[in-house]
Ligand binder design. Structure first.
Ligand code: PGA
Length: 245
């Protein structure tokens, strides 16, 4: 795993946007794997800024998102469908019919998982952007998820619901389940860019960078076995690791 250390969230966002833009310029038809949450928001802002100022085009790019809550419609402001339009899709020239997000608002969730996984496999993700949960989750793959998992329905860990409650009126409004790409689906990406910012993630990052063998009780640990992972992490996130410039 290649580690890029940056000073703070702003610098992480700039560096990751630059990383993604360079890849897009090198392969105009690439398939990007996208993440939601607080971590990639700044990256998306810089991608939008670059698109507006320098005209980088996403017309032939396809995207796949990692996950979606179950039970929220695409119009719900807390759905990841809404989030992606709000923070990225509405502001660049990426055709909406090139974007893919699991649909958490269907009757047959299992069928939706099979459909989504088949789409991901058919397209093959060139670069997957990832955040990490304080408990080591990637996507919504909570501790204990099989490393062999494909797109599936998950029960969210209480700690994840608590962490995400900040976006909802109350914790009771946070969905209990989600559809997520599995760990095997994520690992099939040709390349992975992991973004880590802030003290709240420092223990998780320390564990990821430790000598411990990959273990299903810490999902992100599987990334050690992927041949092309770049981690862009800020000082606060790296503080527990002893890694200095
Ligand atoms: P965050 O979430 O970016 O909102 O911290 C990351 C994650 O839980 O994967």
């Amino acid at each position: 795993m290649n580690i890029v250390r940056v000073d703070n969230y702003e610098e992480m966002s700039k560096a990751s946007a630059r990383y993604i833009i360079d890849k897009v310029k090198a392969n105009r038809k690439m398939t990007l794997g996208l993440a939601t949450g607080s971590t990639p928001k700044g990256t998306y802002q810089y991608i939008i800024e670059d698109h507006k100022q320098k005209g980088t085009s996403y017309q032939q790019i396809s995207t796949f998102n990692l996950d979606e809550y179950i039970g929220l419609s695409a119009k719900d402001p807390n759905s990841y469908h809404f989030y992606m339009k709000d923070v990225l899709f509405n502001h660049i020239d990426l055709p909406l019919n090139h974007t893919h997000i699991p649909n958490g608002d269907v009757l047959d969730k299992e069928e939706e998982c099979v459909r989504y996984e088949a789409k991901v496999k058919e397209s093959s993700i060139d670069l997957q952007i990832l955040g990490i949960g304080a408990n080591g989750h990637i996507g919504f793959n909570e501790p204990g998820t099989s490393f062999q998992s494909e797109t599936h329905v998950v029960a969210l860990a209480e700690s994840t619901r608590e962490a995400n409650a900040r976006f909802f009126p109350s914790i009771d409004d946070v969905p209990t389940h989600a559809i997520t790409m599995g760990i095997a689906s994520i690992m099939a990406s040709k390349e992975i860019l992991l973004l880590v910012s802030g003290e709240a993630k420092s223990e998780a990052l320390e564990r990821l960078l430790s000598d411990q063998l990959p273990s299903e009780d810490f999902p992100a640990s599987i990334l050690k076995t992927h041949p092309r992972v770049t981690i862009i992490a800020d000082n606060e996130a790296l503080m527990a690791t002893g890694i200095t410039r």
